[in-house]
Design a protein around this ligand. Structure first.
Ligand code: PMP
Length: 319
């Protein structure tokens, strides 16, 4: 059975919901839930590789920080969420899977104000081998320009992985797919290149990496990891404003994210790129890193990004 065709509410397995494991089909919420009406929810996207969730602690940190940005507090410790994230994979017999924690405001109050709502948390896991079609990965995916720009940081809590910020992503990605593209590239409010609907973007020029400054969109954990891996191998990384007019000056382009990992880009609208050596070497290095077993002093579930001294991770994520 092709799992992609099985609705997400009708699968076998277990979902961690508010502190206990529930049979998959019973992990439900009421239609009058604050989060459904007012987007008061934050989530994470993680990947388990060979029984270990890559950068689990950084993801859990971001989940808590996202909740704080949406003015609510997750009623569990980070250690409990870390434990439950790993346990939900084990309970479903996954050693390689995608993990989705989500926290949201409940049904106690259905108005813009939400001070009396209870906070719920669920964690689910499912098999998700590749974000983009495997056949397209080698020659690179095709991006078009997105229908919407990213909101500036003073117009939305842009550092949060908040469900409300994905409204413009879904609209943009749907249009892209309808027109035969794999994804859409979004600009910021000043017209600089920002990110795609679910990944951060990198360009290559003369052996150096160029990537937009992540100040109005998610500073992805994969983005930070790639910057570290590149610098570690002597590649210069420029975090800067990038104009769309610069596209012809870049030789390679790739996008990164937990789900997408490192994905070469072959086209942005009419601009063509040939996936090359730097893209493929970082892709390979990333794929090695996420599978690295923990060092003896580490506790279970600690992210490999920490181990390689990914110095931008912790301070930026907890900023
Ligand atoms: N931007 C957006 C909009 C995303 O949804 C994601 C995926 N979480 C990313 C960037 C990449 O973030 P990460 O590397 O932490 O998965």
């Amino acid at each position: 059975m092709n799992l992609a065709l099985v609705p997400f509410d009708d699968r076998d397995g277990w979902i961690w919901l508010d502190g206990a494991f529930k049979p998959w089909r019973e992990a439900k919420l009421h239609v009058l839930t604050h989060a459904l009406h007012y987007a008061s929810a934050v989530f994470e996207g993680e990947r388990m590789y060979e029984g270990r969730i890559f950068a689990l602690e950084e993801h859990t940190e971001r989940l808590f920080r996202s909740a704080a940005l949406l003015d609510f507090e997750i009623p569990y410790t980070k250690a409990a969420i870390n434990r439950a994230s790993t346990e939900v994979c084990e309970r479903n017999n996954f050693s390689d899977c995608y993990v989705r924690p989500i926290a949201w405001r409940g049904s106690e109050q259905l108005s813009v104000s939400a001070l009396n709502t209870r906070i719920h948390v669920a964690i689910a896991a499912w098999a998700w081998p590749k974000y983009f079609d495997e056949a397209k990965l080698k020659r690179g995916i095709r991006l078009c320009w997105a229908a919407y720009h990213r909101p500036p940081a003073n117009a939305a809590p842009t550092a949060a992985k908040a469900v409300g910020l994905y409204m413009i992503c879904t609209i943009s990605k749907n249009i892209a797919e309808r027109n035969g593209y794999e994804d859409a590239l979004m600009l910021d409010s000043d017209g600089n290149i920002a990110e795609t609907t679910g990944t951060n973007i990198f360009f290559v020029r003369d052996g150096a990496l160029h990537t937009p400054i992540a100040d109005c969109f998610l500073d992805g954990i994969t983005r930070q990891t790639i910057i570290h891996l590149a610098r570690e191998s002597g590649v210069i990384v420029h975090e800067r404003r990038i104009r769309p007019e610069e596209l012809p000056s870049f030789s390679e382009c790739f996008v990164v994210g937990t789900a997408a990992e490192v994905t070469p880009v072959g086209e942005i609208a009419e601009h063509l790129f040939t996936p090359g050596a730097l893209t493929f070497s970082l892709k390979e290095r990333y794929e090695e890193l996420v599978r690295q077993p923990p060092a003896p002093h580490e506790h279970v579930g600690e992210g490999a990004a920490l181990r390689v001294g990914c110095e931008p991770c912790s301070p930026k994520l907890s900023a």
